[in-house]
Design a protein around this ligand. Structure first.
Ligand code: SAH
Length: 262
């Protein structure tokens, strides 16, 4: 059985729980003395514990061992998401946080129906909550919205590493990743200096941008500007996905191919 407690609630070797959490343990999980319990503190620690007694709606727990979990992907993924209507943005922030995103940049694109928002604080709260729930040690940064083409143009010195997801074209994702792997192996074989090949960096990336459009998708101009800035257009298959499906799938697939989903 597993529960989440705040760091303040986990002090010393023995804790006494009362209130909501105790009720949950007694009535919902039907715990009794002797049961083993896994306690997460939402900051990357797991405490192996044992219930030693239940009395007067209170649960007494002995903490036996603390294990530090590293739930962070070595891959720093930033999701640039065309702002979505209604609660869809909430969903994207929550799910991409569970999947290990490091930063989220809400973007105003040519076809965005939402061109200003007062929801940034709300999105930050959602990221914080989802990060805690999923046992992560960091909370993804939710940036203030940017204007997409200005953001692209502002990157002038170095190519932007990452993918723009485009349903109207773009290489299949698997092919893109294999091609990049291939280039890298070839260069490795010939002992060529990898730093001469910027495209190879994408294969051993510390950081990658994933760019997904709003409900109406990207314009051709936005796609070609992105490509001119170094981004690679990729497709998620022949079906057109809702933007929120595209984002969640994109993060999962990239964590699988290049990150920490094995
Ligand atoms: N303009 C389209 C739908 C856009 S879907 C239409 O209405 O016909 C919203 C976003 O999801 C797109 O901008 C893209 O980033 C992503 N997306 C959806 N399906 C995709 C696919 N098959 N491949 C790649 N990206 C996709």
């Amino acid at each position: 059985m597993r529960i989440i407690l705040s760091k303040e609630q986990i002090k010393g070797n023995r804790i006494t729980l009362s209130g909501e959490k105790a009720r949950y343990l007694i009535s919902v999980l039907r715990c009794s003395a002797g049961d083993e319990l896994q306690i997460f503190d939402g900051e990357g620690n797991l405490y192996k514990s044992k219930i030693t007694g239940i009395e007067n709606k209170k649960v007494i727990i002995d903490l036996l061992e603390r294990i530090s979990l590293n739930a962070e992907s070595p891959l720093n993924l930033t999701l640039v998401q065309g702002i979505l209507k209604g609660e869809k943005m909430d969903l994207v922030i929550q799910k991409s946080t569970e999947l290990g995103i490091k930063e989220i940049i809400p973007a105003i694109t040519e076809r965005s129906q939402i061109r200003q928002t007062r929801k940034v604080d709300r999105w930050r709260k959602i990221a914080e909550e989802a990060s805690k729930q999923s046992g992560r040690t960091i909370v993804p940064v939710v940036h203030e919205p940017i204007e997409f083409s200005s953001w692209l143009i502002a990157h002038s010195s170095q190519p932007i590493k990452g993918f723009i997801f485009w349903e109207e074209g773009g290489l299949p994702l698997r092919e893109t990743i294999e091609k990049m792997q291939d280039t890298r192996y070839k260069m490795h074989d010939t002992r060529e200096d990898l730093s001469n090949h910027p495209e190879s960096c994408i294969m051993n990336p510390a950081s990658l941008y994933l760019i997904v459009g709003p409900e109406g998708g990207f314009s051709k101009e936005e796609v070609s500007l992105s490509v001119s800035k170094g981004l690679v257009t990729v497709s998620l298959g022949k079906r057109i996905l809702r933007a929120e499906t595209a984002s969640v799938s994109a993060v999962a697939l990239i964590q699988f191919s290049l990150g920490d989903i094995e």
